[in-house]
Design a protein around this ligand. Structure first.
Ligand SMILES: Cc1cc2nc3c(=O)[nH]c(=O)nc-3n(C[C@H](O)[C@H](O)[C@H](O)COP(=O)(O)OP(=O)(O)OC[C@H]3O[C@@H](n4cnc5c(N)ncnc54)[C@H](O)[C@@H]3O)c2cc1C
Length: 455
């Protein structure tokens, strides 16, 4: 039987590979990097194992949890500290985010915690939402347009934008309303965006918007790799694909060779039964425009145990972290107080405090330290910082893929593990078992697949 090639060993590639092998495909995974996981990466900083990419998953719909159950690691699911994130507002003050809100959209625009961020005038504008008929804004192309039409610019720019940018690294004007599943449905039922938010928050089980894994999200990569290994799937590292076709891939030039000879030809191609793409930049969007890429720069700081800074941070954490409105002295877009958010990190850090700041352009360690001081309201002298670790991520923008080669991953599913896992899973179902003649002599029994490869 010819093999199915999966290009990319991020979560999308690993999930689709697992699901295809369970349907009877013989699968081979090609990964450009020297490791699997893509944007899930475990880094040990000052001896503390930490997530250097995604650190949590959305619990909505139960998609990820169900998947973790299937992988046998659901017992590792942990909830973060149940405290609201804070917001460094345009005024330069840092305040807790409104208690009942969704992506910063308030359920009560005139509540004191909303007024504290946006001011009374913008809060009153937010109240016009209650007077507008439900369909106003319901057909908005973006989340930004929806909030602007119903609640005005003040609430959008000062409250919703910092929250959305902290989560999705994009302004709400660049995101479809589907980033808040069910919001438009409830808007039409309740005739109010604020009430739609209240409804969605009441329907969600308490404190359950996100969850993580004890030991970090890297555990998910380990579990998937262990399964693929068990099923006899090879993941080939250091194999960069340059071009994809329905039944073959063309491999890229080795970067060292390319530097030596810019006219070097591609290294070769692999021809197999079916190609599935789970890596960015290989498939042209349906509208023909080049897919966009956004950089996110992280700086993780570890603050020494027993210092005044560590003591102050442990005693008065600002929730699980702070989101930042534009137009303040702080250049970070968000700060996560990792050792206050996750009990397993607190334990591993043994008295040290861990904070992670995200930026649009690369920060220096000193810039990050000073931003952390402003956001957390605690003096953090240089000498108290025992480690400062930078990580840069380049992420592909979302697009509609032209029909043809099966494609999955955040570029088509949308960002976030819940969307990525769900999409990869559904794609494998759509692809289905291998064609009968291709499957001759094969078995859908994963154990049999292991034997085949071993023999
Ligand atoms: C800093 C950060 C924090 C995040 N936090 C969260 C969070 O808390 N919760 C959440 O749900 N989501 C979070 N996300 C988003 C989430 O991590 C991603 O949506 C998800 O991991 C994307 O998975 P993927 O498999 O689609 O893509 P990727 O993880 O990007 O995987 C693509 C893979 O393809 C490989 N590849 C690329 N090009 C080629 C090629 N030409 N040939 C072969 N292989 C190739 C890459 O090396 C990579 O391994 C975060 C992302 C970042 C960067």
């Amino acid at each position: 039987m010819r093999e199915t090639l999966v290009v990319g060993a991020g979560i999308a590639g690993l999930v689709v590979a697992r699901e295809l092998v369970l349907q009877g495909h013989r699968v081979r995974v090609l990964e450009a990097d020297d490791r699997a996981g893509g944007q899930l990466l475990r880094k040990t900083i000052a001896g503390i194992p930490l997530d250097a990419g995604a650190e949590a998953f959305a619990t909505r719909g139960g998609t990820v949890r169900t998947y973790l159950e299937r992988l046998g690691i659901a017992d590792r699911v942990v909830a973060p500290l149940d405290a609201p994130a804070w917001l460094h507002a345009r005024t330069g003050t840092t305040v807790p985010l409104p208690a009942v809100s969704l992506l910063g959209i308030p359920s009560a625009p005139l509540a004191e915690d909303v007024v504290a961020v946006v001011g009374r005038r913008a809060a009153w504008r937010g109240m016009t939402d209650a007077l507008l008929p439900g369909p106003v804004g319901a057909k908005s192309a973006t989340l930004g347009e929806l909030v602007r039409r119903r609640m005005g610019d003040g609430i959008l720019e000062q409250l919703v934008a910092p929250v959305v940018e902290g989560i999705h690294s994009k302004h709400p004007d660049e995101l479809p309303v589907s980033v808040a599943p069910g919001l438009v449905h409830h808007l039409l039922r309740e005739n109010s965006l604020a009430r739609a938010v209240a409804r969605l928050r009441t329907d969600a089980p308490a404190g359950s918007l996100v969850a993580g894994l004890d030991g970090g999200m890297g555990m998910l990569v380990d579990a998937l790799l262990a399964e693929l290994d068990r099923y006899g799937v090879t993941v080939e590292y250091g194999v960069r694909v340059a071009e994809v076709h329905p039944d073959r891939v063309v491999l890229a030039v080795d970067p060292d060779e390319a530097a030596a000879d810019p006219d070097a030809e591609p290294e070769g191609e692999i021809r197999e039964g079916l190609v599935v793409v789970a890596a960015p930049g290989l498939v042209t969007p349906a509208d023909g425009r080049a897919a966009t890429r956004t950089a996110t720069h992280l700086m993780t700081l570890v603050i020494e145990a027993g210092t005044d800074a560590a003591r102050a941070l442990a005693a008065n954490p600002r929730g699980t972290g702070v989101l930042v409105a534009r137009g303040t002295d702080v250049t970070a877009r968000a700060l996560t107080h990792v050792s206050a958010k996750w009990a397993w990190v607190r334990e591993a850090a043994a008295g040290r405090e861990v904070v992670r700041l995200s930026y649009e352009s690369p920060p220096t360690a000193d810039r990050a330290r000073r931003d952390a001081e402003l956001l957390l309201g605690v003096r953090i002298p240089e000498i108290a910082v025992v480690a400062a670790e930078a990580t840069t991520w380049l992420r592909a923008g979302r697009f509609e893929a032209a029909p043809g080669i099966p494609i999955t991953g955040e570029q088509v599913s949308g960002t976030g593990l819940a969307s990525v896992i769900d999409h990869a899973h559904r794609l494998a179902e759509i692809i289905g078992p291998p064609a009968p003649e291709a499957a001759a002599g094969s078995s859908t029994d994963p154990a049999a697949s292991t034997e085949r490869t071993a023999s």
